[in-house]
Write a protein that binds this ligand. Structure first.
Ligand code: KG4
Ligand code: ZN
Length: 324
């Protein structure tokens, strides 16, 4: 089964082709990061306009990379939420148009579920039950996956998402956008012990909170007592500590067989390394190119949802669509 996956929930225009839910045939992403960088964040209307320009060339490039023709495809999968409504609409309407023109089934996929299935594009097969940490620019969700499509939400952010915190802290420190890679790079330049920034433990809850941390970074930056790399390192340590501690606790509580890390923040080196070191079970994390938004993860998820995700041409976007 060969599936074309289309993704436009935020600022990446992406299309991927995956065979049998596991074999990556193509992964083409047109990033708009440079366009949004000058505004310090994603501007929704600008994102939609760029999706419109990039979408068809990206689909064409994905089919070429996969060495396939439209007639070889078995289905067209698309992210229909959660995300920016105007951005989602572009991918959704292109997917509808192609499904209609090429006479293929249309599959509606949750963006967060897509992030989880980036882990199915690796060599080995993840085992259930799995604790999934989805950390991106819009989400910080801790999920228990008991099987394909069987999710229980264990915790989520009560304010900023982890990636949003990276982006906001980077802005305060004058490091540019997107903030995650900039903070990670800058933190490596720290020469002395970084300041200890606050951790919002929220008792025994699996929820997260990162907005206080952003305020703390702002205060430290204004005091100018520490160099920027040290503040970046202290910030990163705090985020990693909270994410890892809560994930490991969830693994023990639920007897998980593995941890699946996903979402843009999963690209973070210290997060990957610390989680691998502290987790009592194997930790899976996709290569960086599959951590951030892409179409291949949507195609992979769609393979396991081939029946339940079937949609008609009246399919609409769902800007808010909890995974569980
Ligand atoms: O999954 P994604 O591409 O888009 C959303 O669905 O939001 O995630 C983007 C987020 C951004 O906030 C970006 O700063 C963050 O992922 N990110 C990182 C790193 N690379 C990207 N955060 C920390 N460390 C990184 N290396
Ligand atoms: Zn994402």
């Amino acid at each position: 089964m060969l599936i074309l996956g289309i993704e436009t929930s935020c600022d990446e225009t992406a299309a991927g082709v995956v065979a049998e839910g596991r074999q990556l045939r193509a992964n083409v992403v047109a990033s708009q990061a440079a366009v949004h960088a000058r505004y310090g964040g994603v501007v929704p209307e600008v994102a939609s306009r760029h999706h419109l320009e990039a979408m068809l060339p990206v689909v064409t490039a994905a089919l070429k990379e996969a060495g396939c023709e439209p007639r070889d495809l078995d289905a067209i999968a698309v992210t229909s939420g959660p995300g920016l409504a105007g951005a989602l609409l572009v991918g959704l309407n292109v997917a509808k148009g192609l499904a209609f023109a090429w006479d293929k089934p249309l599959l509606s996929i949750n963006h967060l579920e897509g992030h989880i299935y980036a882990n199915w594009l690796l060599d080995r097969t993840p085992e259930f039950p799995a604790v999934v940490l989805i950390v991106s620019g819009g989400h910080s969700e801790l999920v228990l996956a008991r099987g394909h499509g069987e999710y229980t939400l264990l915790g989520r952010t009560r304010d900023d998402a982890a990636g949003e915190a990276f982006d906001k802290a980077a802005r305060v420190l004058g490091l540019g956008f997107p903030g995650g890679p900039a903070i990670e790079r800058t933190a490596r330049e720290a020469k002395s012990k970084p300041p200890k920034l606050p951790r919002a433990w929220l008792g025994e809850s699996c929820d997260f909170s990162f907005s206080g941390l952003k305020t703390a970074v702002g205060r430290l930056a204004a005091e100018a007592k520490y160099p920027v790399p040290e503040i970046a390192a202290g910030f990163q340590e705090s985020v990693v500590d909270v994410l890892v501690t809560k994930t490991v606790r969830a693994v023990r509580e639920h007897g998980a067989a593995c941890v699946l890390l996903s979402g843009g923040v999963a690209a973070n080196g210290p997060l990957r390394a610390t989680l691998a070191e502290k987790s009592p079970v194997p930790v899976w994390a996709p290569p960086i190119s599959l951590c951030t938004d892409n179409g291949a993860m949507i195609a992979a998820a769609a393979f396991y949802r081939a029946e339940s995700a079937r949609a008609g041409l009246d399919l609409d976007v769902r800007a808010n669509w909890p995974i569980a």
